[in-house]
Write a protein that binds this ligand. Structure first.
Ligand code: XMP
Length: 318
């Protein structure tokens, strides 16, 4: 009979036995899966768990700082690595979606590899892989469905991959991961966070990426997400975010003609991300958010709402 408590108890004892006094490295992303995996491992082996949290410069506004503080508050042995510039330099001039993903995946591995090498005598690499990831990577690699979008989480084999892999959440689903997290006292807000793609805002900035575009999108995204929370809509939506389009449109501000960027808002309902429907957000909410964005974010003069479902559209635009 599966309960979160019994899962925690048996997993912690299995991890203790399997890992003993070895050191383990874990990449934290700020998401639910890696966080729950981290807390489970920390329960089992304490500070022999070495966590690495990389800022790729493509996170949500203020997210690196706030999530790092949250991790420290949870007692995790975590090192925050700000590699923003390294990522942005590598991405300079790249517009092709797949090249962006591959570049981010490559730089992530380089950064992670450098950091992992600093942990002496590490024997294990922990991952927050959950059951649907296991199934999906099998079908992507083995099935007739060629890679539609390459996920950077499932990449090549760098040095740290010589470590043995431990995946405590490999057999459970997302809702179970959340229940396990809650039973260990992880903050409800963290457990209820929307999914966020590994390549981050890079795949929501269509065309090439600059630090100015990242800044604009971070502002827009923060207004949208905070608005969803204020209106009590955040938990009713499976995932939401904003997309910066590579289009300027004409507008008017006072007596001046403007020629500025267009952003799209996207909010979807889904259970697993494989299919998704756009959410019928209240007009009043959309009106309020649109005004807030246009009045507060310099460089944006138009907001549109994405009313496409998956399939045939995907959740992300790239
Ligand atoms: P799509 O756009 O394929 O997205 O409908 C489905 C879900 O997957 C997320 N996603 C990613 N997650 N690395 C990730 O960790 C990635 O490269 C990636 N690409 C898409 C997306 O945010 C949505 O939740």
């Amino acid at each position: 009979n599966w309960t979160p408590n019994s899962f925690v108890e048996s997993t912690v004892s299995d991890l203790k036995e399997k890992i003993g006094d070895d050191k383990v490295i874990l990449g934290l992303s700020g998401g639910v899966d890696s966080t729950v995996a981290g807390v489970l491992l920390h329960k089992a082996i304490g500070d022999n768990l070495h966590c690495i949290f990389v800022n790729n410069g493509l996170l949500r506004k203020d997210e690196f700082k706030s999530v790092l503080q949250q991790y420290e508050g949870m007692g995790l042995n975590v090192k925050g690595v700000d590699a923003s510039e390294r990522f942005l330099n590598a991405l300079e001039g790249i517009s092709d979606p797949e090249t962006k993903r591959k570049t981010i995946g490559r730089v992530f591995i380089e950064v992670f590899d450098d950091e992992a090498a600093k942990v002496e005598n590490a024997k294990w690499l922990a991952q927050g892989t959950i059951y649907p990831d296991v199934i999906e990577s099998v079908s992507v690699n083995g099935g007739p469905s060629a890679t539609i979008k390459s996920h950077h989480n499932v990449g090549g084999l760098p040095d740290f991959m010589k470590l043995q892999v431990v995946e405590p959440l490999r057999m459970i689903f997302k809702d179970e991961v959340r229940r396990v997290g809650a039973s260990m006292g992880i903050d409800k807000e963290l457990l209820g966070r929307h999914p966020f793609p590994g390549p981050g805002l890079a795949i929501r900035i269509l065309g090439d990426i600059t630090s100015e575009k990242v800044r604009i999108l971070q502002e827009v995204d923060a207004i949208f997400i905070n608005g969803l929370k204020e209106y009590g809509l955040y938990d009713k939506v499976w995932q939401a975010g904003a997309i910066l389009l590579p289009v300027n449109s004409v507008g008017v501000m006072g007596d001046e003609r403007t020629y500025e960027k267009v952003v799209a808002l996207r909010a979807v309902e889904s259970t697993d991300g494989m299919t998704a429907d756009w959410v019928n957000l209240p007009y009043e909410f959309l009106q309020n958010i649109s005004n807030k964005i246009i009045n507060n974010v310099k460089g944006v003069n138009r907001v549109v709402y994405d009313i496409s479902s998956k399939p045939p559209a995907t959740i992300e635009w790239e």
